[in-house]
Design a protein. Structure first.
Length: 318
């Protein structure tokens, strides 16, 4: 019973506060992207339609899925090449306004920013960002940096020589074990290298036996989820929902026989509904793509509208 006096009034205040909090959470949870015209957009996962929310600088050139969201601070981080200054920057963009909050110079030249060999992940506990790429002056040497956007301080966690990040490479940060996972290929061997995110150096190397091609951290079960290929199923393999645990490795969840080609590693996870979104082509029709939403518990595709938008990035603000 809510009354004007005493505890009833305090209860009224509490309920009002909770309603405001819930309202804010509902408004803020959203699937975001950046289109080929450098517009910040929201994406309706049930219809595949996009809505422009802000314009980003037209002089930015981007690589596909070189992005990550800091959910705690509501910041979208992008790796961009500024065509005016001919320099690469890590840029922080406020959501949903699109206001630029930070810009840190990254020593990657245009010749090395080609959509292969770069990755971007966020440590939401500290607000730091992990950025990887080649400096363009040392051949196939790739550097792993930890960046504090608020100060511009860059820490080198390690370097990889004689290897090249895979086209459509997977990568992700495990905040529980403080491991930054990066996929590299040497010759024909595809491996996940686990870097010590605090002190640098490699802690672990795991073969990508599941041919995982997208990677999203799920804080609910403290596991990465993505889409791989079960090579033992059929003559060409089966597109499959896959999980990866830093301690126990890969686990196949369920097959998705109706889909096949994946659009790079463009994917996003709605933590609240446990729905993983990815851009896939229907089996037998690689001329079109669907925005596929897969429930992690059932392993079933629950939405798959035709997706015609051209996006550099796709990230979920949880």
């Amino acid at each position: 019973i809510i009354t004007k006096f005493g505890k009833g009034n305090e209860m009224n205040k509490t309920i009002g506060f909770l309603l405001v909090v819930i309202s804010c959470l509902v408004v803020n949870a959203q699937l975001y992207g950046v289109d080929f015209n450098n517009n910040l957009v929201t994406v309706d996962p049930t219809t595949g339609s996009v809505t422009k929310t802000a314009s980003l600088p037209s002089g930015w050139a981007m690589s596909q899925q070189l992005s990550a969201i800091d959910n705690s601070r509501k910041i979208l981080y992008l790796g961009v090449f500024n065509q005016t200054s001919s320099q690469t920057f890590l840029v922080g963009v406020s959501l949903p306004s699109g206001r630029i909050l930070s810009s840190v110079y990254i020593p990657i030249p245009a010749s090395a920013l080609v959509g292969v060999g770069e990755s971007l992940d966020v440590d939401e506990d500290s607000g730091d960002v992990f950025f990887t790429g080649s400096d363009g002056t040392q051949g196939s040497v790739h550097h792993v940096w930890r960046i504090t956007p608020s100060t511009g301080i860059i820490q080198t966690l390690g370097s990889m020589s004689g290897t090249t990040l895979v086209l459509g490479e997977i990568h992700g940060y495990d905040p529980i074990n403080q491991i930054l996972w990066l996929e590299y290929v040497a010759g024909t061997t595809f491996n996940l290298y686990g870097f010590d995110a605090a002190n640098g150096g490699i802690k672990s190397i795991v073969a990508n036996s599941a041919m995982m091609e997208s990677m999203n951290w799920n804080p609910k079960d403290k596991t990465f989820w993505g889409f791989g290929v079960n090579t033992t199923d059929g003559p060409t393999g089966l597109r499959t929902l896959v999980s990866f645990n830093s301690k126990s490795g890969f686990t196949y969840k369920s097959g998705l026989p109706q889909f096949w080609i994946i659009d790079s590693d463009v994917s996003a996870l709605n933590v609240a509904t446990q729905t993983l979104y990815v851009i896939l082509s229907p089996q037998g029709n690689d001329n079109v793509y669907d925005l596929v939403g897969v429930n992690l518990q059932t392993g079933k595709a629950i939405t798959y509208p035709r997706f015609t938008a051209n996006l550099w990035t796709l990230n979920y603000l949880n």
